[in-house]
Design a protein around this ligand. Structure first.
Ligand SMILES: [Zn+2]
Length: 374
């Protein structure tokens, strides 16, 4: 297999005479950045000599012998630079997928405009007056499980795309040698923003089959638009939950710098009520150094407090910033017909009911789900 090693790195691997090796190199402990997990002890030169498959410390290489780990990681970071970095909103954003038994990653191609959580509906607002645009297509984006930010990224992987935009040096660098492999993986985890858009991939990555280097992740973005069954354990107090296991795994990452978690529910139409307090209870214990944002569905127009479905109280002190998505005003209630609607409430006695009224039709669509929880 052809290995494409950048020239600057390749130069550091030119063989040198062993006479420049210093005894202090062998005696010096590994720096903090290259500490191995407990179950993976660092091999000694003796074991390396006696066992052909063990790790060779590559001390004849000036790259490992003379360059400290901090500088080596700066070099790796330069290797990761590519011409598309400045073309999109997130210069180092990579969407992670586990599909058909293998891992893949694609570049995040969202633009600055996509940070506006109402941007899709604003585009839908313009369609009737401009008579340009396809409401059904925008509705599909609005209801995408990838969230409003990453609809471009989702469409890219579902259709023909320019493969060069996704190219990285990851594999070529990881194949250089066993000595370099862990440093390269750690550098990837530290240098990129990892984006997950489905619970299956995120659970597999952090819980089911985690990399020993996963604790090096610094920037993480989880968009979890889940089915009702994923939230049900929080309502009925069932112990088994992939969401709980995922939060526990995130708690083991000691040096998260930036974390955004976007939660939503996809199989309840525009009625997007989730058991917020219970779902996010574990998140209060996460340690995030810089920015920690929790994004939640818009609140319903009426206060709804069925058992275990309480909303997160924004007034309550939390170690994260709570962002609410704007209320939905478009939905496809009938196949092929996207309708603009408004939320209304009606009070009868001591009870209030919330329902949807399409703008162009005199009919009411009641909330069919909330009675599930009484
Ligand atoms: Zn994206």
């Amino acid at each position: 297999m052809a290995i494409d090693i950048p020239l600057k790195v390749k130069a550091l691997f030119r063989p040198r005479l062993a006479k420049r090796r210093r005894p202090s190199d062998l005696a010096s402990p590994p720096c903090q950045h290259s500490k191995k997990p407990r179950d993976e002890p660092a091999p000694t030169p003796d074991t390396a000599a006696g066992d052909r498959v063990s790790l060779d410390l590559q001390l004849s290489s000036p790259f490992f012998r003379d360059v400290p780990i901090e500088i080596r990681k700066m070099i790796y970071d330069l290797v990761w630079r590519d011409p598309y970095e400045d073309a999109y909103h997130s210069p180092r954003g990579r969407h992670i997928h586990f599909q058909e038994g293998r891992w893949s990653n694609t570049r995040c191609v969202m633009y600055d405009d996509d940070e506006d959580l109402d941007w899709i509906q604003k585009n839908m607002d313009r369609i009737p007056s401009s008579r340009a645009g396809d409401m059904v297509m925008w509705q599909k984006r609005l209801s995408s499980t990838w969230g409003s930010r990453h609809w471009r990224c989702e469409e890219r992987i579902r259709h023909e795309r320019q493969k060069s935009v996704d190219q990285t040096n990851f594999m070529s660098m990881m194949l250089v040698c066993k000595r370099m492999f862990p440093e390269v993986v750690e550098s990837i985890f530290e240098s990129y923003q990892f984006l997950f858009n489905d619970i299956y991939t995120a659970h597999r990555f952090f819980v089911y089959s985690p990399s020993p280097h996963v604790s090096h992740i610094r920037n993480l973005d989880l968009t979890l638009n889940l089915g009702f069954h994923e939230y049900a354990p929080f309502i009925t107090d069932l112990p088994k939950s992939r969401v709980r296991e995922l939060w526990e795994a995130l708690g083991r990452i000691s040096c998260l710098h930036n974390l955004r978690i976007s939660l939503d529910i996809y199989d309840r139409g525009p009625w997007r009520k989730i058991p917020e307090q219970r779902v996010v209870a574990q998140l209060r214990d996460l340690r995030v150094l810089n920015n920690f944002t929790l994004e939640l569905p818009p609140p319903l127009p009426i206060r709804v407090d069925p058992p275990n479905m309480h909303s997160l109280d924004a007034e309550e002190e939390a170690p994260f910033r709570v962002v609410r998505r704007p209320p939905l005003r478009y939905w496809q209630f009938m196949p092929g017909e996207v309708e603009h609607f408004r939320w209304e409430t009606r009070t009868k006695g001591q009870q209030s009911h919330c329902f949807i009224t399409p703008t162009r039709e005199a009919r009411h669509i009641p909330n069919p789900y909330l009675i599930d929880f009484f």
